[in-house]
Design a protein around this ligand. Structure first.
Ligand SMILES: [Zn+2]
Length: 106
């Protein structure tokens, strides 16, 4: 079997007498430090360090099936607002259920 034929394409231009030296832990030290900083930041994150806002949910405002009280709710952090917007309240199915409740009061 032709061993040279199995080389990755990007190696073909490298002369055959060329020696590539790869250090085992090259670059990993920095990544480890970055990871520690990232985890430390995450662990120390509290409600206080999250980005503050006082925005209403635009999806609630545009939805005729949402109660007025919910439309007036102001979200204290962008994280909570984003979680709400991605959550079950604004699925098509939840909207349909609310629409039926609005049209057919008990
Ligand atoms: Zn909403």
């Amino acid at each position: 079997m032709d061993v040279l034929g199995e080389e990755p394409e990007e190696w073909r231009d490298i002369p055959h007498d060329h020696t590539i030296i790869v250090e085992a832990d090259e670059g990993l030290e920095g990544i480890e430090q970055d990871w520690e900083v990232f985890v430390g930041d995450w662990v120390n994150k509290t409600e206080d360090t999250l980005e503050k806002t006082s925005l209403p949910c635009v999806l609630c405002l545009a939805d005729p099936t949402i109660a007025q009280a919910a439309k007036e709710k102001l979200w204290s952090t962008l994280y909570l607002l984003n979680q709400h917007m991605k959550g079950s309240v604004h699925t098509r199915f939840a909207q349909l259920k609310r629409a039926i409740r609005v049209d057919v009061p008990r």
